[in-house]
Design a protein around this ligand. Structure first.
Ligand SMILES: Nc1nc2c(ncn2[C@@H]2O[C@H](COP(=O)(O)OP(=O)(O)OP(=O)(O)O)[C@@H](O)[C@H]2O)c(=O)[nH]1
Ligand SMILES: [Mg+2]
Length: 356
């Protein structure tokens, strides 16, 4: 799972990336490729499990962030580099960084700081990029569907969905806003449209600046996750040793570092949760996607568990925390056996019974 950090030139994308990456070393990079970092997802529930189960091995979930350079250039004569967009397309979600910091030494290319305007610009560029893909494919499909090929029915479906996409994009509506049935969604999934992706918005403000709520208000209707971050300070904090970091944050009266907030926002836009396993001396957090069943989760742990699935013993973390121990959970009958179609919830702990 990965999140592409995008935004206008000099909006502070790389600062935000550094704030998320923390002490981790980002891979050395070639300028046409994004910087990449994999970070662990902080989770208080996992900390509780570590304390109470004392495992030899402790594995948090992780998520990847990509830092792109040179994505959007506001000057009209700038060439459109579709190659970079194709890299962004491959990512699962977007984090859009908007410049909010006021800095006389670094004038905004548009003359003033206005996050909502910058966001509209980014959206317009993404709509154009998607429209380009859609139109090219429609031209091809219009010829193809007239031929009696094996894929004719599928092609017709794809064409019909793409026409709806074109109508939406022409109205400046993102593809995400179109209600699609699952077979329709599948027909166009391969294009990985930019405006079909879930996105969070980060407004990067200056070191001493207070969040401006009128900026948030102009954006918040369209984006569930709008986060203010003091990018430069947070990038510095993230470089500190873990112990110093906590102290520094406490001194500044910050209860959750930008790093944690950005990672948690990303999990939320991806709709991703976690299920846990305890066993074999390891406590581990696994990625949980919307709609995952017990069988899907078993398959994430090991293909054998899915192949030989019998039942899943499910205990919710909240019940374990309340009871204080597995023994007490059993005594209070808080664990249950579920079948393969059980829809796993964020915070479920699974013990898969299987036979191969
Ligand atoms: N005052 C101030 N300056 C900042 C802040 N964040 C970034 N800058 C400055 O803005 C400039 C660009 O920051 P970057 O993080 O490199 O921006 P970017 O979006 O990655 O830029 P490109 O990759 O070139 O598109 C740098 O000179 C930073 O020092 C901030 O929070 N406050
Ligand atoms: Mg950069």
């Amino acid at each position: 799972m990965n999140v592409a950090i995008i935004g206008l030139p000099l909006s502070g994308k790389s600062m935000i990336f550094d704030a998320v990456a923390g002490g981790h070393e980002a891979q050395s990079h070639d300028p046409t490729k994004p910087r990449v970092v994999t970070v662990k997802v902080p989770d208080e529930r996992m900390e509780w499990l570590r304390e109470h189960c004392n495992p030899k091995k402790f594995t948090l979930d992780s998520i990847e962030f990509l830092d792109f350079a040179g994505l959007f250039d506001t000057s009209p004569e700038a060439p459109r580099d579709s190659r970079i967009f194709s890299e962004v397309r491959a990512s699962d979600a977007l984090m859009m960084v908007l410049r909010g910091f006021l800095d006389d030494a670094l004038p905004h290319p548009e003359g003033s700081v206005d996050p909502a305007r910058d966001l509209r610009f980014i959206e317009a560029e993404m709509l154009l990029a998607d429209l380009d893909t859609i139109e090219r494919r429609i031209v091809k499909l219009e010829v193809q569907v007239t031929k009696p090929t094996q894929t004719q029915e599928q092609d017709k479906l794809e064409l019909a969905v793409l026409r709806r996409c074109r109508d939406a994009v022409n109205e400046e509506e993102p593809i995400k806003s179109i209600q699609l049935k699952s077979n329709e969604e599948k027909a166009i999934r391969g294009f990985r449209f930019l405006t079909a992706k879930d996105a969070a918005v980060v407004i990067n403000i200056g070191d001493d600046q207070q969040p401006d709520d009128s900026w948030r208000a102009a954006i918040v209707e369209k984006y569930a996750q709008v986060v203010f971050v003091r990018g430069r300070i947070e990038a510095e904090i993230a470089e500190l040793e873990e112990a110093d970091r906590a102290e520094f944050l406490a001194d500044m009266g910050i209860d959750e570092s930008a790093r944690d907030r950005l990672i948690h926002s990303s999990m939320r836009i991806l709709g991703r949760g976690n299920f846990f396993t305890i066993g074999g001396d390891e406590v581990k957090a696994w990625p949980l996607d919307p709609g995952d069943t017990a069988l899907d989760c078993a398959g994430k742990i090991h293909t054998d568990l899915a192949r030989g699935f019998i039942r899943a013993e499910v205990t919710h973390f909240d019940d374990l925390e309340k009871c204080g121990s597995i023994k007490e959970v059993k005594a209070q009958n808080k664990s249950r056996l579920e079948g393969k179609d059980y829809e796993v919830k964020d915070g479920d702990m699974l013990d898969i019974r299987f036979n191969v």
